[in-house]
Design a protein around this ligand. Structure first.
Ligand code: C2O
Ligand code: CU
Length: 467
């Protein structure tokens, strides 16, 4: 199950099949009362037209679900109607949200049982690129399609809707018939290794995404990694793109990267600014494998009228951490294949022998698999927190803090130069230590977990409390 196999699938898909613009079903105004999100089983064709449809789980009949588009400070009201056969909930990833609306089944709410509803009602404090996804058994529900984009526009829109493109990227694991491989969901092999990697990449649900752009005009591309576990890599320099935001938070100005590969971990977002050149069609390629894989094509049309592209971004106002007076906490990540499975406690019991197989718990944070009774830490509202996370495992992880954005202040002991980046999810490689800092200014119980959805299911999750 690697990129090569995916490439193979792509090749056999046939050229007769072309789909135009990567369509996103937009909701005009989410502030006009409740939007209904029906979570249900839906037949969707993921692969070629002559292949059978897959049984996905969707919001509103397709995956990704509808794009919610609002302005900074507006209210979002979504009524989740659960027509699935298992309980579910929705998490609004990256939104600095009121705790009761965070959607974490088992921590901030009970999962919504089949046949029941739940009303999410919150205000979005920051502009930027966010997303929503199921947060009950996410390894299963997100893999089956329960996610979508949530875009918060800047106060004064810089890009009109034709120049503001959302690209939700997912890697699906298809079986030999070209349908979603559900038999391998929950595979312990995935849970204890890299997580569930797919073999078929889609952009907005489309395996052959392509769109038309105009030469000389500025476009904002909002890339969202909705994969269960794949770290995507792209090279923005190949198509002269600059980064304008990470994880929703705008930079003060567009930045050209010096390194070749930009890694986008599961749940991370990157917004790019691109001004297509006349006569230069381009593609975005995924370059993490040994062969690059083209996942969206842009056909460039010449324009008659040259336009001035004055891009001025308006970063959100987030509270600056007070590093001197921070409370420091350390997280030791362990376990997994080729890792240390000694001393892992789960639900108060030390795991050994057959216990791992029975519980499915193979990863730990500070010796504990999954949510401990007592929080990882508890701080008063307004306290600056530094979390030092040491990855003592053989795999990379994508660590996500709920309810807050943070600054990465050091990576493997080295101070970070681009310290003015805010993120809600960071990548940590094996044997590396990453320190993050943020002001714990949002009251409630918040998760801190790996966003590789098999890892979180198999133990990589803890919580903290802001009082
Ligand atoms: Cu996007 Cu706890 O997750
Ligand atoms: Cu992980």
């Amino acid at each position: 199950m690697n990129i090569n196999r995916r490439k193979l699938l792509q090749k056999t898909a046939g050229a007769a099949f072309a789909i135009s613009a990567p369509a996103i079903f937009q909701i005009a105004n989410a502030s006009d009362g409740f939007i209904e999100f029906i979570a249900e089983e839906t037949k969707v064709k993921l692969y070629r037209p002559d292949a059978p449809a897959s049984n996905l789980w969707t919001y509103g009949g397709r995956s990704p679900g509808p794009e919610i588009r609002v302005k900074r400070g507006e209210r979002v009201q979504v009524r989740l109607i659960n027509k699935l056969k298992e309980p579910t909930s929705i998490h609004w990833h990256g939104i600095r949200i009121a705790n009761a609306m965070d959607g974490v089944a088992g921590l901030t709410q009970d999962a919504v049982p089949p046949g029941e509803t739940f009303e999410y009602d919150f205000v979005v404090p920051d502009s930027g690129t966010y997303w929503y996804h199921a947060h009950n058994k996410s390894w299963n529900q997100v893999a089956r399609g329960l996610y979508g984009p949530l875009i918060v526009e800047d106060d004064k829109a810089i890009f009109d809707k034709n120049h503001d493109l959302t690209l939700v990227i997912d890697d699906w694991r298809l079986n030999r018939t070209g349908t979603l491989d559900v038999a391998s969901l929950g595979s312990m092999m995935d849970w204890s290794h890299q997580g569930r990697l797919g073999n078929w990449l889609t952009v907005n649900g489309d395996g052959h995404a392509n769109t038309t752009v105009k030469a000389g005009e500025a476009y904002r591309l909002r890339l969202i990694n909705a994969c269960n576990a794949r770290i995507l890599a792209i090279d923005p320099n190949r198509f002269n793109a600059q980064v304008i935001a990470y994880d929703g938070q705008a930079l003060t100005e567009p930045v050209s990267l010096e390194t070749a590969a930009l890694q986008i971990g599961p749940a991370q977002r990157v917004d790019l600014l691109v001004i297509p050149e006349a006569g230069k069609d381009f593609t975005i390629e995924e370059i993490s494998g040994n062969q690059s894989y083209e996942f969206i094509k842009f056909e460039v049309k010449d324009t008659m009228v040259p336009v001035a592209n004055q891009i001025s971004l308006s970063p959100n106002h987030l509270p600056q951490p007070d590093i001197e007076n921070a409370a420091n906490f350390r997280l030791h990540m362990a376990g997994g294949a080729m890792g240390d499975l000694n001393g892992i406690t789960y639900q108060g019991k030390l795991l050994e022998g057959d216990d791992f197989r029975k519980t499915g718990q193979v990863w730990s944070f500070n010796g504990v698999a999954n949510l401990p009774q007592a929080p990882f830490f508890r701080v008063k509202k307004g306290q600056t927190v530094i979390i030092e996370t040491f990855n003592d495992t053989a795999f990379a992880h994508a660590m996500h803090v709920h309810g807050h954005h943070f600054r990465v202040i050091s990576h493997d002991g080295d101070k970070i130069d681009d310290e003015d980046i805010w993120r809600d999810t960071f990548l940590v490689d094996p044997n590396k230590t990453v320190r993050i800092a943020f002001v714990a200014d949002n009251s409630g119980k918040w998760l801190y977990h790996c966003h590789m959805l098999e890892h979180v299911a198999a133990g990589m999750s803890t919580w903290f409390e802001v009082t």
